[in-house]
Design a protein around this ligand. Sequence first.
Ligand code: ADP
Length: 394
Amino acid sequence: MPQQGCIAVLNAGSSSIKFAVYEAERDGPLLFHGQVEGIGVAPHLKATDADGKSVAEQRWDAGALDHHAATDAILELGRKLLAGRPVLAFGHRVVHGGTAFAAPTRVDAGVLKALAELVPLAPLHQPHNLAPIEAIARAVPHIPQVACFDTAFHRSQPALAQEFGLPRKLTAEGVRRYGFHGLSYDFILTQLGEAMPALARSRLIVAHLGNGASLCAVRDGKSVASTMGFTAVDGLMMGTRTGALDPGVLLYLMERHGMDAHAIEDLLYRQSGLLGVSGISSDMRALRQSSAAEAREAIALFVYRIVREIGSLAAALGGVDGIVFSAGIGENDPRTRAEVAAGCRWLGLEIDEERNRRGETRISTDRSAVSAWIIPTDEESMIARYTRQVIAGS
Ligand code: ADP
């Protein structure tokens, strides 16, 4: 019997690369997945099979591995675990597709150059996303690679939702709202479209609440508005990111504290959010376990910001039919869901406490005017799906 091919997915962040390998057939199952964490600090590779059984683990000295070398380590592991089964294509998460890339795209030298030109728009993410693409193009140039964009899902937003009140010249230069977490929203809407098509066509607010957090307003399955804008620091308060901030604060920090761009970036992206407000942790589980008043205050602000932004997106949608919770906190923390829902009673949302506690798919009561749902997200499987489609079409 000929050996079945596979699709490999890479999702590179600032200090980690997640990977997942699937059977190549349509909706083919996961074979194994894992990640290299602590790149540049204390690199650690872990991989498990689809049942969660460990299939590989390796550690390196601090600084021994950059993103290119980590990709090489993943390729080597793949060769070992796949034992001769061919990889038909690699799919990648790329945070920024600018205004030009509105759909998953097969990568060639021209596309790679265009994506590298977007680095100034996402300096903290885009270079890390491109590093594995370059490493794979060097190691196995004959295998197709597909870039899947976090911004692409939001290209459907009306022009007004994408603009800042800035002089036109800056808008034309690309200083506009892009929105992120698009692969997660796309996966959730695809799932809803298959299981509950009428709901997927209605007016929805999807809450991706993980370390990074954003909301997306969706109508007819398409993004209408989102809380993240030019960068992934906008909108909701997050694990270590501020979320939306009065720009006057930045001027104050520069003038009063003499902070430069680098120091401000560190403050906005790494020292703020749940971590900054609590002074304890960026991790919701740790804050839920803490009895400190600062932990309660950080969670209260996290929830307050979500409720406020739900109000804003409800206005952009002209009403809401359903709210969807997803990602680490949205899927696993019944208290955050209940607290957000309590702030949304004015919309007609009524949560069923028992359904919420058990984490059922539908957590609103049967008579609630606005329905509420938990839909687990899976960005890697969305990338695999797109990668199959792109290579089948080319
Ligand atoms: P990332 O954005 O890094 O992919 P995740 O989607 O994994 O993040 O979300 C991480 C967040 O989810 C952390 O704040 C973590 O504490 C929270 N989380 C995970 N499981 C639970 C749980 N059982 N209860 C509360 N919070 C949880």
